[in-house]
Design a binder for this molecule. Sequence first.
Ligand SMILES: *[C@@H]1O[C@H](CO)[C@@H](O)[C@H](O)[C@H]1NC(C)=O
Ligand SMILES: *[C@@H]1O[C@H](CO)[C@@H](O)[C@H](O)[C@H]1NC(C)=O
Length: 479
Amino acid sequence: MGLKHQTPKTSSSKFFSFRYSTIFTLILLFTSFFLFLASLRNVQEPFFRADFPQFNGDLRDAKFPWNKLCFGPTSEKLKLAVFSKTWPVGAAPGGMERHASTLYHELAARGHEIHVFTVPSDRRARWDIHEGNLHLYFAANDHGSVNVSLAFEIFNKANANTEFDYVHTESVSLPHWRAKTVTNVAVTWHGIWYEIMHSKLLQELLSNLKGGQLAELHEAMPRLVEEIRFFRSYTQHICISTSAGEVLVNIYQLPQRNVHVILNGVDETEFTPDQEAGAKFRERHGVPSNASVVMGVAGRLVRDKGHPLLYEAFSSIVRRHPNVYLLVAGAGPWGRRYTKLGPNVKVLGALEPLELSQFYNALDVFVNPTLRPQGLDLTLIEAMHTGKPVLTPNYPSIVGTVVVDEEFGYTFSPNVRSFIEALELAIRDGSSVLKRKGLACKKYVVSMFTATKMASAYERFFLCMKNERYCQYPLPTDC
Ligand SMILES: *[C@@H]1O[C@H](CO)[C@@H](O)[C@H](O)[C@H]1NC(C)=O
Ligand SMILES: *[C@@H]1O[C@H](CO)[C@@H](O)[C@H](O)[C@H]1NC(C)=O
């Protein structure tokens, strides 16, 4: 009834009611839009942290890993020279040579002309290899390591024909006194003395109880000073972790614009989640089906990989948690010691590459107790590609680049007490929380640590060094 009286409205009241309803609708719209944005942010929070903004600008100013960006295809072809201490032939390749091999097979496949100056990893005499765009020159001395003079002679010959667009050296494979004469050179540091000092410090702190050797620490400092001095002989620097990049700028005083972070990639097809393979692996190695949490460690079973820490921590854990198991993959002096911890520890010996993927799949959580903070341990990345969370020391290279979110696992200070606390936390979380964390790990490493991401970041880096136009991001061809 009241409505009827109000029907004949003045124009002004009409205007007001129109305005109020419009404002109300707009407020509603904006609120829901912002709520929507906020919810998006919450969903993305674990994978896109504040330090990875939408990048727009010159790539040389990027203070985060180039892997984070998405580079489009290019028709420009490069001629690159590569110095590498060794090249994997036959036997299982190690860290730095595996990096070179993965990267340059991929870049050659993309049509770039690659000339590698190196020696075979088995140190046997071999003929040079020419596979399509990939040219391997073996320049060995009598001991089977690289004869730098000889390698440089061959390099100069190849450079005289058509000049190389850029020269890349894996660490000091091209020594600094030679690098000084090459202006278009970039070096990838797989570990720096500042990190090695950290590692020596940790080992000293742990061994102090038994009377450590301070002499090693005394020798380490002059080497750091020497390294800081000769790093200037290289023009461009690539680091494999964000923290190493920061040290190169803040401590080594290299120009920010000449320091770049490109993370190492793992062949993502080799390490994939496979629940069935994991279950079979457990059964084959006698892990009972009522095991509550299965942990695993892989690599050489030596002191500086942190096995004394794990041994002590797990012997305490197993007393309180009889259903927690530890799988130990790898060979070394600590293997036999682990067998003393009883049936909850399965010592597997060295594994074949194929078995390694099954091993990761058998775990609830991958443990890496390493006492060496230099470089980045690829086992962490491999485990995460298999969809497993990790439990690892809180080194800057790890918390700044790999375990960048609590959702990816657990970190601890490299001492027994802190290690046990982290293990207890993982056990308390249990297999379903660990599984959820593993999914988050998988999502993160696929966006950062793949061989394809690494190769396309290096490709763009060399393009940018050749032609500044490519330093701009994004280009219309970028994704
Ligand atoms: C290294 O190569 C140079 C140049 O070919 C040669 O003169 C020298 O004898 C070689 N040194 C060794 C240790 O093989
Ligand atoms: C787990 O299974 C084993 C036999 O496979 C048995 O001896 C043990 O008591 C079981 N533990 C629990 C807590 O059920």
